[in-house]
Design a protein around this ligand. Structure first.
Ligand code: C2E
Ligand code: CA
Ligand code: CA
Length: 812
């Protein structure tokens, strides 16, 4: 029989096609289910194996019976029901075994073997199904084709499962369908029904459209199975995705936690996280390093804030005064305030001296974060900066800023209490000279000693500060004037006691001014200013160390300002004039020169003595212009004199501090044509000391022009003798205070004698000032004085040239 005959004559092609379609669909379903069964494990996996077994079994069985429907043996076929059912059970059971082997197996061999078992299941089903056919006569079997059909089923089934497990679903489905159809139709080809005849055995069922119903049912079953599989697969994929996400999340969390842990471990601050109940949820390791952990316990998670605080209490030194209940109360109060949303921030000093800053910052849900920070270094620097900002580094007394604050504080207190306090301005006398004579190191030492003395006996309500240089200030809150006076006496004692440094012993002196709140001023600047005014008064008055502020001082200050204004005006309006006082030789009685003295007829005030207006001119800066004017006028006058006498011009300390003086002198000499040898500048020791190197530099330049330099008021300064060594003065003018005393006082006479002897040894001519009596003159002559000046020889005035040659009375 040809293949054509076999399929188109012996079979109904429509049923063949239906069988093939059913077979293909169920094969595809099987493969899908098979692969799905592999994904599940345990009982679920077993269930899926069962489902697959049913699908395979029904698929094979249905294909077989539709295939049988297609057969046209020439008569209707009937089936024995029990064997028919058995064939279905065999297909399911044996197929299930094959599937189980493939699903649970490990390698390709297991998969192939499973497929092979399925092939056997197909064959067993087929032949059992054939045995169920009720026929008369007998089927003649072709053994070769039977063998081929069985082998085809086994090999194709095996290949189908291998392909299925490789993910080649379609190929696997085709192979499986081929295994089923191939086995069936090959086996059918092996059967010869020509000798058969229909037989109606009792209980046999004629197969007809029922088979089609069975096919539909089995397809429905398969459909349901596949639908549930799809659902399951979807679910499975979701679970897989979920698992993958959870895994990724877990990895991320682990990673982030790791980073966080690393960050918190290495951060400089200690970090604690408390929940709303005050239980420690997290802390980093730094905590242990910062404050130590109770009982050496490294993990404090789970501790209550209260217990931690009490444990910490034992480690801190600043709160040890409190008893345990006290601490508990305090801690509870703190917890309450943190929960209320308040951030607290405070410092704790540990027993080892370290300062720990603690901050509690509330977070969401009632918990809080506590951070601990070692701020010892920061606090120390802060303290140092405060110290620097408020202390004078040399004396360690308060500085100006601190004193200002102290005054402000005293003001605020006194206003409330209606009490009094005094501000005392203190200025050392002639400190510049100490500095200059003995050096800055000694000066610093003197200041230090004074600072220590001043601060030594301070009591409550008393403050002493150094405002700068040789300027000090004190403050005293007092209730009785007696206590203020006692304080002032203590200050005086400190200032006036002789100072012994490791090198020298010096006398210290100072001037003090007192201003009292509220009478002498209602605010800081007024009080300080008035204390200063009082201090200036003390300085100006020779016999007073201490002055209390008086209202008239304001008036005096005002007058000084007004005088300064008038001085500037006088300079602009040619308001000054000059007088000359004669200087004579003691031995020859001849005029040697004239000292020029400034006169100011102040409008509305009359003649003002230079001792009054020169300091104000110096203070206000007018002295530079005035001094230059005097120099120019005096030189011009002298150049016009009939006789070439010398002219002596006084130069202020302020002028000596200005380098322009050199140019002024050069200019004036050039313009007036006066021979430099006829000009003499008189400078005082005090004016040189203000800035000795600069003053001496200026004097050297001027001396180099041929101008002579005289030292004025000699003997009144601190270091007259030293001054003689630092500059080659051309003349020394002994101060008139010595001359005045020379007659009356043996001691003064001795000093004058010593000074004259000294100058003679240095071969410097000496001029004695202020000679008023013949006796003084005689004495000076006897001691070897070279020149004299004074009322006895002539008062300052206009030079009367006609009188010039006349001998001065008493000299001849
Ligand atoms: P000085 O340089 O010591 O000037 C001498 C002062 O002694 C003058 O006072 C003079 O009138 C006064 N005098 C002269 N003979 C006698 C005497 O026998 N007995 C007494 N008791 N006094 C006598 P004067 O003019 O009032 O000047 C005072 C001071 O003013 C001067 O002291 C000088 O330091 C300063 N001065 C005067 N004119 C100028 C000037 O043009 N420039 C500067 N920078 N200072 C000047
Ligand atoms: Ca003079
Ligand atoms: Ca003088």
């Amino acid at each position: 029989m040809s293949l054509f005959e076999f399929f188109f004559l012996a079979h109904d092609a429509r049923f063949v096609a239906l069988a093939a379609a059913v077979c293909l669909v169920s094969a595809y379903g099987c493969i899908c289910l098979l692969r799905h069964a592999r994904l599940a494990t345990g009982m679920i996996g077993l269930a899926w194996i069962g489902v697959t077994a049913f699908a395979v079994g029904f698929g094979i069985w249905t294909t077989h019976f539709i295939g049988m429907l297609a057969l046209r043996p020439g008569f209707p076929l009937a089936y024995e029901p029990w064997l028919t059912t058995a064939s279905l059970l065999i297909a399911v059971a044996l197929g299930g075994l094959g599937i189980a082997m493939a699903v649970r197996g490990q390698g390709v061999a297991d998969q192939f073997l499973g497929g092979a078992v399925l092939g056997i299941a197909i064959a067993c089903m087929h032949f059992t199904g054939m045995a169920a056919v009720v026929l008369g006569g007998g089927i003649v079997w072709n053994i070769g084709l039977i063998a081929a059909s069985v082998i085809a089923g086994i090999v194709l089934g095996g290949l189908a499962f291998v392909a299925a497990m490789r993910g080649r679903t379609l190929l696997a489905a085709l192979l499986l369908a081929l295994a089923i159809c191939g086995m069936h139709f090959t086996a059918m080809a092996a059967a010869d029904f020509s000798r058969c005849f229909p037989l109606h055995a009792p209980g046999s069922a004629p197969i007809g459209w029922i088979s089609v119903g069975v096919a539909l049912v089995s397809l429905l079953l398969l459909g349901a199975a596949i639908f549930s599989m799809v659902l399951d697969k979807h679910e499975h994929r979701r679970t897989l995705n979920e698992q993958a996400r959870q895994l990724a999340d877990a990895n991320r969390i682990a990673e982030v936690t790791g980073l966080l842990e690393m960050a918190t471990t290495h951060m400089a601050q200690g970090l604690c996280l408390f929940d709303s109940k005050g239980i420690l949820q997290f802390h980093n390791r730094r905590i242990a390093e910062l404050v130590g952990t109770p009982k050496g316990n490294d993990n404090l998670v789970g501790w209550h804030f209260r217990d931690l605080s009490i444990a910490l209490q034992a480690l801190a030194q600043d709160l040890v005064v409190a008893g345990p209940e006290d601490v508990e109360q305090r801690v509870d109060a703190m917890i309450a305030s943190i929960r209320g949303g308040a951030t607290s921030d405070y410092l704790r000093t540990m027993r080892d001296g370290r300062i720990i800053r603690m901050q509690h910052s509330p977070i969401a849900h009632g918990g809080w974060v506590t951070t601990l920070d070692d701020v010892t270094e920061q606090q120390r620097t802060h303290a140092e900066i405060t110290q620097m900002a408020y202390r004078d580094s040399l004396t360690n007394l308060l500085n100006r800023a601190a004193f200002d604050e102290a005054v402000d504080f005293a003001l605020a207190t006194a206003r409330v209490n209606h009490s009094n306090f005094a501000v005392i301005a203190i200025d050392l006398d002639r400190f510049k000279e100490i500095n200059d004579s003995f050096g800055h190191a000694v000066g610093d030492q003197v200041l230090k000693i004074l600072g220590a003395r001043l601060s030594a006996g301070l009591r409550e309500g008393e403050v002493v500060a150094r405002l700068g240089g040789d300027e000090f200030a004190a403050l005293k809150t007092f209730t009785s004037m007696d206590s203020l006076r006692a304080f002032l006496t203590r200050i005086e004692d400190a200032l006036f006691a002789r100072i012994q440094t490791d090198k020298v012993s010096v006398n210290s002196a100072a001037s003090m001014g007192v201003a009292i709140f509220p009478d002498d001023g209602g605010d800081r600047s007024r009080l300080l200013n008035n204390a200063d005014l009082a201090m200036y008064r003390a300085k100006a008055e020779f016999d007073r160390r201490l002055c209390y502020y008086e209202k008239t001082m304001d008036e005096q200050a005002r007058q000084r300002r007004s005088m300064a204004q008038d001085l500037w005006l006088a300079l602009e309006t040619d308001g000054f004039h000059l007088v000359y006082q004669v200087q004579k030789s003691v031995s020859t009685n001849l005029v040697t020169g004239y000292e020029v003295l400034l006169r100011w007829d102040r409008p509305g005030h009359g003649l003002v003595p230079p001792s009054e207006f020169i300091p104000i001119a110096e203070e206000s800066g007018a002295i530079a212009g005035i001094g230059a004017w005097v120099l120019r006028k005096a030189c011009a006058d002298a150049a016009a004199w009939p006789d070439p006498y010398k002219v002596a011009v006084n130069v202020s300390g302020v002028q000596l501090g200005q380098i322009e003086l050199i140019e002024t002198v050069r200019d004036v000499l050039l313009q007036t044509g006066l021979a430099p040898a006829r000009l003499e500048l008189e400078v005082t020791e005090t004016s040189i000391i203000a800035d000795k190197p600069r003053a001496l530099h200026i004097l050297r330049q001027i001396k180099a022009m041929g101008v002579s330099i005289a030292i004025d008021d000699f003997g009144t300064g601190y270091s007259s003798i030293d001054m003689l060594r630092s500059f080659p003065f051309d003349r020394i003018k002994i101060d008139r205070s010595f001359v005045a005393e020379v007659e009356l006082n043996e001691r003064s006479r001795a000093i004058v004698r010593a000074m004259l002897a000294l100058c003679q040894s240095l071969s410097v001519p000496v001029l004695a000032e202020g000679v008023e009596t013949q006796a003084q003159l005689d004495l000076l002559r006897a001691e070897g004085c070279t020149e004299v000046q004074g009322y006895l020889l002539g008062r300052p005035g206009v030079i009367d040239w006609s009188d010039d040659v006349a001998p001065v009375r008493g000299l001849g």
